[in-house]
Ligand binder design. Structure first.
Ligand code: HEM
Length: 496
């Protein structure tokens, strides 16, 4: 009896202390003169406002109240939310160096621990790995003719696979994801897999399930309260098991490369990294370590496969909903390419409508609506506020992509967003689905190549059919968190 009273007393005391420390920290501490925002509760932050399920909608409502620059508390952690094309551009491009560090993503950080290119906030590490990774992927053809052949081959395999489905209704993701998966396999590990290969299917499935959970309310809850949620059972626990499996897989693949490495003839990203590791093995400050190799490889692999698969899956859903757009693209393909040869990248400049459709798909899909979080690299003055070093920033890409000052039809799917009166393609600086500036998506060049070659090859060969009425096709996302995912759906591919 006495013991349990003592324990309760001790617990209440600890909790009161924690609340007091947190409140004092928020009032006096390192929060500088942060932009205004909804009043946070001790420990919970703005959880009560943000928990309503649709985080994106809540952030948009808060923007209406507090403006383009405001602060929310994800649990105890302040995040400055930046909205609108002009503000997002200021953060990512004009003042890039001030906001260049990676922000916290606890769901991933607990596995990556600040290693690897994409999730590190260590600026020396990031610079070294970024420079190396860009040069290496370019060396293996990213953005160049040499990888064009590889993507064309993969597109042809995809068409063969889709023909095998014999016009039955199916979830297209199960076929589509293998093509971008194989492009990344080739770049990172130097090989591709047959579409029924268990290894390929397994890795793709684990990555998809992981990202879906990271973006779900479970993942969002973990990102707010990692210390508590780590010990609570729930779907978020799958993330860590899956990450463990993926890391083991990459470690194994690295070992296979090590065994067969010929230093005078690097076959892929992993080989090139291993050679650099050997060269710098006596430098105690080198970033070319086994850890950075495994983590960078997994991060590029993950980023390259999942983003492309989801964009392509979403693209087909949108095209199913807008058959008149498909008709126009078909006409342009027949006029410029015909049906007897593979599309190539030179065709792009002669296909303004298709180019506009692909841009509009990326704009409408809005795959990474909050952007990947950034962090301030020093104390920063911004719009009259003082944002301390290491404060998390959400550069809300969605608010640039759907900025009514930049696009005539910001909320609807309409290729006219990228066409002038003469039907010519027009660029738009607010088009930033891959972010912008110094830390723009590493795969930028690959994304442009893959989207054009995969989508145009599919459209050259097929029309699409929905199992129900077109009005029932729902293009609103299933979950919107770190990533935006389409609801699962079925369609049939009808050979043309
Ligand atoms: C449609 C597909 C894609 C989308 C929408 C996308 C989007 C993004 C975004 C928004 C970022 C965050 C940039 C920032 O810090 O502000 C990013 C980073 C990154 N992306 Fe992509 N991405 C795509 C495809 C790819 C591909 C194919 C690759 C593979 C090469 C890739 C590799 C990366 C890497 C490694 C980073 C981290 C860059 C860094 O921190 O320096 N992405 N991507």
């Amino acid at each position: 009896m006495f013991v349990s009273e003592d324990v309760s007393l001790l617990l209440s005391l600890c909790l009161s202390c924690l609340i007091l420390i947190f409140s004092l920290k928020m009032i006096l501490g390192k929060s500088g003169n942060l932009p205004p925002g909804p009043k946070p509760l001790p420990l919970l932050g703005n959880y009560l406002q943000l928990r309503k399920g649709d985080l994106l909608k809540t952030l948009q409502e808060l923007r209406e109240k507090y403006g383009d620059v405001y602060t929310i508390y994800m649990g105890p952690r302040p995040v400055v939310v930046m909205s609108g094309y002009k503000t997002v551009k200021e953060v990512l491009v004009d003042r890039a160096d001030d906001f260049l560090a990676r922000g916290d993503i606890p769901t991933f950080d607990s596995s990556y621990q600040n290693y690897g290119i994409a999730f590190t906030s260590d600026m020396h590490r990031w610079r070294e790995l970024r420079r190396f990774s860009l040069a290496t992927l370019r060396g293996f053809g990213m953005g160049k003719r040499s990888i064009e052949d590889r993507i064309q081959e993969e597109a042809a395999c995809l068409v063969a696979e889709l023909k095998k489905t014999k016009e039955t209704f199916l979830d297209p993701r199960t076929c589509i994801n293998k093509a971008p998966g194989n492009v990344i396999f080739s770049l990172m590990f130097g090989n591709r897999h047959e579409y029924d290969d268990e290894e390929l299917l397994n890795v793709l499935d684990i990555m998809y399930q992981t990202l879906l959970t990271v973006s779900s309310p479970w993942g969002q809850l973990y990102d707010m309260f990692p210390r508590v949620m780590r010990h609570v059972p729930g779907h978020h626990q799958h993330i860590f098991h899956n990450m463990e499996k993926l890391l083991l897989y990459v470690e194994d693949r690295v070992k296979q490369n090590q065994k067969t490495l010929d230093p005078s003839n690097p076959r892929d990203y992993v080989d090139t990294f291993l050679i650099r590791m050997e060269k710098e093995k006596k430098d105690p400050k080198t970033e070319f370590t086994l850890r950075n190799l495994v983590f960078s490889t997994l991060q590029i692999f993950f980023a390259g496969v999942e983003t492309m698969s989801t964009t392509l899956t979403y693209a087909l859903l949108i095209l199913l909903k807008y058959p008149h757009v498909v008709d126009e693209v078909h006409k342009e393909i027949d006029r410029v390419i015909g049906r007897n040869r593979s599309p190539n990248l030179q065709d792009r400049s002669r296909m303004p409508y298709t180019e506009a459709v692909i841009h509009e798909i990326q704009r409408f899909v809005d795959l990474v609506p909050f952007g990947l979080p950034r962090k301030t690299t020093k104390d920063v003055e911004f719009h009259g506020y003082a944002i301390p070093k290491d404060t998390n920033i959400f550069p809300m890409l969605t608010t640039a992509l759907k900025d009514p000052d930049c696009f005539p039809y910001p909320t609807e799917f309409n290729p006219q967003n990228f066409l002038d009166r003469n039907g010519q393609f027009v660029k738009n600086d607010a088009f930033m689905p891959l972010a912008a500036g110094k830390r723009i998506c590493l795969g930028e060049a690959l994304v442009r190549m893959e989207l054009f070659l995969f989508l145009v090859t599919i459209l050259q060969n097929f029309s699409f059919k929905s199992p129900g009425a077109i009005e029932e096709v729902d293009v609103t996302p299933q979950v919107t968190g770190l990533g935006s995912f389409p609801k699962p759906y079925k369609m049939a591919f009808i050979p043309r």
